[in-house]
Write a protein that binds this ligand. Structure first.
Ligand code: UDP
Length: 258
């Protein structure tokens, strides 16, 4: 299965050698959800190019193992519709602005991946043909099969939704085996670990517990979609280098929602 992916680029380690060293990945097609904040680093706003480059090289690492990767990218580092509407913006306009912010992030990640020789496509849910392809499910799947990383931009294309819900939707559409939700913390806790000192770490938790305990893993629409369609979610810390590969290789890090 991985043989066809051995189109190694000059200077890269041979895929077969790599597989012998590390074993086969646990997943062959994944949906990685990156929040906008993940690209911001400690900057407080916008994009930190070094962080984007590091995340891109972690994606490259698993891509080199033959894993098919779709990425849904958020926009919270630039614009959040809900917060903006609380400040007086019309909600729908604010959400449109938020979705455009995700396109900015998608282009930043695409640039970083292409610098590493990883073939990519950005597919946008809002048409902007000079900048990105339109989202077309069958075409997205074909790109994945051809070893292109597909970055899904502009969320669902609809206001009142989030990029977490987009991740759930796209994961189902492309038949990803798992959603990898990259966060700033090690996984899911019984309460916000930043605010509550004795919050306990939950390595595994059911969808229904996430919903009833109102744990802020993903919004309820996203969790419900995953629950109804049995898509597991692994929540892990993106700030620790190498974690994308660890999760994909099947190491038990982070928390699983199942
Ligand atoms: N958004 C939207 N519809 C979608 C996805 C996103 O309207 O399907 C808007 C919404 O305003 C949101 C913003 O885009 O606040 C950025 O997305 P999100 O907050 O999910 O980004 P993240 O928190 O992952 O960085």
């Amino acid at each position: 299965m991985f043989g066809r992916r051995s189109a190694n680029k000059p200077g890269r380690k041979d895929v077969t050698v790599e597989l012998e060293e590390v074993g086969a990945p646990k997943y062959s097609r994944v949906l990685l959800k990156l929040s906008g904040e993940a690209l911001m680093g400690d900057k407080g706003f916008g994009i930190d190019p070094q962080i984007v480059q590091r995340i891109a090289s972690e994606i490259q690492e698993v891509h080199d193992l033959g894993v098919e990767i779709g990425v849904v990218i958020g926009g919270g580092n630039i614009f959040r519709g809900l917060a903006a509407s609380a400040q007086g913006f019309d909600r729908v306009s604010a959400d449109h602005m938020g979705m455009l912010a995700t396109v900015v992030n998608a282009l930043a990640l695409q640039d970083a991946l292409e610098k590493l020789d990883v073939h990519t496509r950005v597919q946008s849910a809002i048409e902007m043909r000079q900048v990105a392809e339109m989202y077309i499910r069958r075409r997205a799947i074909r790109h994945l099969e051809k070893q292109r990383v597909v970055i899904f931009a502009a969320g669902t294309g609809n206001p009142y939704f989030s990029t977490d819900t987009t991740a759930a939707l796209r994961a189902m559409e492309i038949k990803a085996e798992v959603i990898l939700k990259a966060t700033k913390v090690d996984g899911i806790y019984s309460a916000d670990p930043v605010k509550v000192q004795n919050a306990t770490f939950l390595p595994k938790i059911s969808y229904i517990d996430v919903l009833t305990k109102e744990l802020m893993v993903m919004d309820t629409t996203a969790i419900s979609l995953c629950k109804d369609n049995n898509v597991p979610i692994i929540v892990f810390n993106i700030r620790t280098s190498g974690n994308i590969k660890r999760v994909i290789m099947g190491e038990t890090i982070g928390s699983m929602v199942y």
